[in-house]
Design a protein around this ligand. Structure first.
Ligand code: C5P
Length: 229
């Protein structure tokens, strides 16, 4: 965090680029904490959709949205080597992982008061010995002083293909063409919003992962960790 000596690695980039997997691999090698910032936007979207069915987020007052986001009662608990997310006493780990919730998350994430409400909560994840933070604005807004900022990219087709494989393995049937379309729409919204748009920080290292696998990306990131931290 601003003024903190605890090291942070930021992993930003578009949907489906593999940030979550790389984040876990790098944090596992270093024995550091992780921040999956997207989960906070997904949980906010879940709460909003429960409190306002058929939401059009634009029709909900800013103060109501702020209150929902700032008051989320979330906990991240390791159970049987899996990270389980609780909203109050309810396990919501799988519930927030759907494409539909990703889409809703990107709508609430475009609202400045929601981002403001989640800012300090994200910074509170910074604890010794270090943090690997995954998201869209980790390097630009949340941890601007981070020692290492990585921005991962890959073509929309490759990202959709990876997501397709992941979903198929889980037994979810999906259509490849609509997956590409959904990713494009979400990226477009994330890149073009006025507040904290998805973009590489000016001091970020950009890695195009279109034709390299997870192990190669992880070892490239670890190479940068050795140089910088
Ligand atoms: O990373 P994930 O796909 O879970 O994020 C869901 C949505 O939350 C993104 O499409 C984006 O709109 C939003 N998000 C964000 N800033 C972050 C992380 C996620 O705006 N740091």
């Amino acid at each position: 965090m601003i003024g903190s000596d605890i090291p942070v690695i930021c992993l930003d980039g578009p949907a489906g680029v593999g940030k979550g997997t790389i984040c876990l691999a790098v944090a596992g090698k270093l024995g550091w904490h992780i921040l999956d910032s997207g989960s906070l936007y997904r949980i906010t979207a879940l709460q909003v959709s429960r409190q306002f069915s058929n939401i059009d987020v634009d029709s909900i007052s800013k103060s109501q949205l702020f209150d929902i986001a700032v008051n989320l009662s979330v906990s991240y608990v390791e159970e049987d080597k899996e990270l389980v997310i609780y909203l109050d006493d309810e396990k919501i780990t799988q519930l927030i992982r759907t494409e539909e919730m990703g889409e809703k998350a990107s709508k609430v994430a475009a609202i400045p008061v929601v981002r403001e409400a989640l800012l300090e909560r994200q910074r509170a994840f910074l604890q010794a010995p270090g943090l690997v933070a995954d998201g869209r604005d980790m390097g630009t807004v949340v941890f601007p002083d981070a020692q290492l900022k990585i921005y991962l990219t890959a073509s929309a087709e490759e990202r959709a293909h990876r997501r397709y494989k992941q979903l198929k393995e889980k037994g979810v049937s999906v259509n490849m063409a609509s997956l590409v379309e959904e990713l494009r729409l979400r990226d477009d919204r994330d890149m073009n919003r006025p507040t904290a748009p998805l973009k590489p920080a000016s001091d970020a290292i950009v890695i195009d992962t279109t034709s390299i696998d997870i192990e190669q990306v992880t070892s490239e990131v670890m190479g940068w960790v050795e140089k910088r931290i």
